[in-house]
Design a protein around this ligand. Sequence first.
Ligand code: BG6
Length: 602
Amino acid sequence: MCGIIGYIGERPACEVIVRGLKRLEYRGYDSAGIVTEENGELFIRKGAGRIDELTGKLGFLEMPGKRGIGHTRWATHGVPNDINAHPQRDCTGKIALVHNGIIENFAEIKEELLSKGHRFESDTDTEVIAHLIEEELKSSESFEEAMRRALLRLKGSFALGIIYTGEPDRLYFVRNESPLVLGIGDGENFAASDVPAFLEYTNRAIFLDDREYAVVTKDSYVVKNLDTGETVEKPIHEIEWTLEMAEKAGFPHFMLKEIYEQPRAIRDAIHGNADVIRTVAEEIAKYEKIFIVAMGTSYHAGLVGKYLFQRLAKRVPVVEDASEFRYEFDDLVDEDSLVIAITQSGETADTLAAMKLAKRKGAKVLAIVNVVGSMATRIADLTLYTHAGPEIGVAATKTYTTQLTVLTMLAIELARVLGTADESYLNALEEGLNAIPELVESVLKHDESLRELAESLVDRRDFFYIGRGISVPTALEGALKLKEISYIHAEGLSAGELKHGPLALLEDGVPVVAIAPSGRTFDKMVGNMEESRARGAFVISLGDRGELKRLSDVLIEMPETDELLTPILYAVPLQLIAYHLAVLRGNDPDKPRNLAKSVTVE
Ligand code: BG6
């Protein structure tokens, strides 16, 4: 995710843009930049760093002009640095633009443009768009026509703000799968990724839909369909939110907003890795000795990865808590080893230490990371990004389900390279993965009933989460979510373990959350649920089989999907149960006591 803000009117554009970027920092903050225009000349100032720092260092507030566009970046292609910051521009310097999203086919377009003599400055997918418009302008009647023709060639997600010196009275804004909203003022107009950026100036908003673009002057706007070029009538909404509510898009907490972002985040994780996953799978295929290292929720993602690798690629990774690996595995990892480090922040001290140990021993290191340019990406030989966007809530949600998405894509591709699974099954699994975002949307509709369930459980003191096979890490993650934000003690375990101790703790009313999707051990789960209920436990089950009704006090009905995809889908109700219990107990789920978003010290 990145933040875009554009302005055209009578004010100094730079002032409006800097204030707007500050309101959008939650969308990304590794670099930022501004372009303004005066007397037919573009002024661009940009760099790596936070808005406040750059405003002083680069003099954002000294930039001339009454129209301009700003961008705060969350890098997806190209590490955060001055050159890769937006705006990006064409060869002539007459076109500048900012972008939020991921262009899947930028590499082939870049090749084509390079062969036509275009010179690129950055490693970003974004810059390609500016040069493509420049190229199309050579054979178009108007800038708008050139822009449309260029954009129709793009695959992927793009919200754009575009400025062209040849047309001093307007700005262009485009939306495709990344949000963009117009702010309608009086003698001035705005556009931004999100309402907070201009809410202090106007609360009249027009929400663009996918494949629409707007041509905006200080006194007018017109919205058109990108594919047909036809004008589209759009309603103006009066926004009633306070600024603080707007930053959370109306959600009471960032964590809930991030839970609801998961369909988009999972789509971005799929789009963002579609063109690299094969190469990485080929790079790691020769390693039989595989270690997965991570902490916290990322460690649970690693455990899911283990089941995926076992079931699809017939490889058995050793999954280890990085704080243990770094001290216990120094004579076990060597140049024949592959070490996969999973870390959303890319800065967790124990995980970085484990990676450095692996490097010292000559192992191949693959990092699965959310933050582009973080330390983990600089230590690793290979990096796969989760493209979840910034996660503000301390408890991982969308970064977890996107980690699982990337691991699933990698295990499928590795199985293809190794020939260890039936191609038609792998294709079906891939289709199932592509359908997960919609299934998550349907699960999110349970939110209110999950809040009511949480209300009925608010005084419980202990929870048990049980599962079998690939649902064991789901059980562990469900328990961790509850512990870290509601402060209720919870334990995740393999259902088979119940008999070997924990069953002694079950008594009247103790909640047992049974993760019971259809799968090879469903019948065994039935037995575990029966033995739990026989001891008075309050059994809450998640599954897609109707017979669970008679086995449970509460059944959370889940859509059918391949068992290997259930860790992604089933994480969502578990996140919501933990979130609602935290709120009902008066906690701030975004900032749980004693915890940090990233533990950068031992
Ligand atoms: C903890 C976070 O501090 O670190 C967890 O609260 C996270 O949500 C864990 O899973 C590991 O962090 P990372 O950035 O290495 O995935």
